[in-house]
Design a protein around this ligand. Structure first.
Ligand SMILES: *[C@@H]1O[C@H](CO)[C@@H](O)[C@H](O)[C@H]1NC(C)=O
Ligand SMILES: *[C@@H]1O[C@H](CO)[C@@H](O)[C@H](O)[C@H]1NC(C)=O
Length: 345
C-alpha cells in the first residue's frame, strides 16, 4: 500500500512536470488515455548560400521515458528541399547542440539511432504526418536509448531571420508502452548495373532474418533515374509473401503499408527484394548516393518486443553485390530466379 502511494506520487509528479512546460500540451485520447504533444522548432541559423546541409541534435531534457505515436513535421517548402527526423543515443562531439553544416558526414550518432521521417521534394508524405500503426510506438527520452532528437535539412535558398523557423517537429506521445517498439531494416545493393541493359536488369537481394521475431508493417522503396519498379517479399519455406510492389520512377520514395496488414518475420525467414533497371548506356551504372548513380533501397519498418531492445539499437542492413549476386545464389530464392546473364541473349 505504501509502495503504491509512492508510485502514484511519482507518476503524478512526472505528469505535472510535463504539463508545466508551455510547449507540451496534454489531452485525452481514445480510451481516456492521456496523450501529449511537444512542438520543437529547428533553431535560427543564417544560411548565406543555397544548397546547404544543416544538422541539429537536441537533448530531450523534458521527457524521461515516453512512447511516440506519431511525428508531424512542418516545413517551409520555399527554403527546404529535404528534411529528416530521427533519434539517437549520443551525438558525436562535433554534433554539438547547435546547428552545424553537415554535408561532409551524416554519421553523427554513437550507439542507438533510429530514423522516423524522411522528406524530399520527390516524396512528400501527406501533411508531413508519420503515424505508427496500432501496437507500435517509439520509446524516447533521457532515461531511454533514444535521448536526443536529430534534425537534418537540405536547403534550397539562402536564409535570413525572417524565415525562422524553417522546420517545426511535433511529437505526439503517451507514457505507457505499446506492444512493439519501432526500428527499420534495410535491404541494399552495391556494385554496378552492367552496360547496355536496354532489355532490363534485375538487382536482387535475399538475406536470412536472424534477429528476434518482428512484425513488418510498411516498406519504403527507392531507385534513381534508371529504376522502374521494386518488389519486396518475405520467403518462408518456399512460400513467397508480397510485402510491396511499386513503381519507383523519377526517384520516387514510396512508403506503403504491407498489403493486408502487418506480417510477422521470424528467425529463418528470408527477406528478398528486386528492382528493375533499364539502361541504354554503353558503360556500367554504379550503385551510390549521387544523382547519376543508382539505388535499389528497401527500408522495412518493423515493430519488435521491448525485451529485445539491445538487438535493435540501430537499424540493420543487408547488402548484395551486383551483378555477382542474384536470387539463383540463395537457397531460399533459387527456385524462382531468372539469370541476368541470359537476359540480353
Ligand atoms: C513553426 O511554428 C511557428 C510558431 O509556432 C510558426 O510561426 C512557423 O511559421 C512554423 N514554421 C513552419 C515551417 O511551419
Ligand atoms: C518450415 O517448415 C518446417 C517443416 O515443415 C518447419 O519445421 C519450420 O518451422 C518451418 N519454418 C518456418 C519459419 O515456418
Amino acid at each position: 500500500m505504501i509502495e503504491f502511494g509512492i508510485l502514484l506520487l511519482i507518476l503524478t509528479t512526472a505528469v505535472t512536470a510535463v504539463r508545466e512546460i508551455p510547449y507540451i500540451t496534454a489531452h485525452y485520447g481514445e480510451n481516456g488515455q492521456e496523450v501529449y504533444k511537444m512542438k520543437l522548432p529547428f533553431p535560427s541559423i543564417k544560411i548565406n548560400e543555397p544548397d546547404q546541409y544543416i544538422c541539429y541534435t537536441r537533448y530531450l531534457e523534458e521527457l524521461d521515458e515516453v512512447y511516440v505515436l506519431s511525428t508531424l513535421i512542418e516545413i517551409n517548402h520555399d527554403f527546404v528541399h529535404h528534411a529528416d527526423l530521427g533519434f539517437c543515443e549520443e551525438p558525436e562531439d562535433f554534433a554539438s547542440h547547435q546547428p552545424w553544416e553537415c554535408s561532409k558526414t551524416r554519421k553523427y550518432c554513437k550507439g542507438g539511432a533510429v530514423g522516423v521521417y524522411f522528406f524530399v521534394d520527390y516524396y512528400r508524405p501527406e501533411n508531413g504526418l508519420m503515424r505508427f500503426p496500432k501496437d507500435v510506438s517509439l520509446k524516447v527520452g533521457f532515461s531511454t536509448i533514444m535521448r536526443h532528437i536529430t534534425f537534418e535539412m537540405h536547403t534550397k535558398a539562402a536564409v535570413t531571420d525572417a524565415h525562422y523557423p524553417l522546420i517545426n517537429a511535433t511529437l505526439t506521445f503517451i507514457k505507457t508502452p505499446t506492444k512493439y517498439n519501432y526500428q527499420s531494416h534495410l535491404l541494399l545493393t552495391d556494385g554496378f548495373i552492367p552496360a547496355n541493359k536496354e532489355k532490363g536488369y534485375f538487382a536482387e537481394v535475399a538475406c536470412r532474418w536472424s534477429k528476434p521475431d518482428v512484425v513488418a508493417f510498411a516498406v519504403q522503396v527507392h531507385t534513381h533515374h534508371y529504376g522502374y519498379m521494386a518488389d519486396v517479399y518475405r520467403v518462408r519455406n518456399g512460400t513467397w509473401t508480397l510485402m510491396v510492389s511499386q513503381l519507383t520512377q523519377g526517384k520516387a520514395k514510396v512508403l506503403v503499408p504491407v498489403p493486408g496488414g502487418a506480417i510477422d518475420v521470424r528467425q529463418g525467414d528470408v527477406l528478398a527484394a528486386k528492382c528493375l533497371f533499364i539502361t541504354k548506356d554503353n558503360k556500367p551504372v554504379r550503385f551510390g548516393q549521387s544523382d547519376g548513380q543508382e539505388m535499389c533501397n528497401v527500408d522495412i519498418q518493423l515493430g519488435y518486443e521491448f525485451k529485445h531492445e539491445d538487438r535493435f539499437k540501430r537499424s540493420s542492413a543487408c547488402m548484395t553485390q551486383q551483378p555477382e549476386f542474384s536470387f539463383c545464389d540463395h537457397e531460399a530464392t533459387s527456385g524462382i530466379c531468372g539469370d541476368n546473364r541470359k537476359v540480353n541473349m
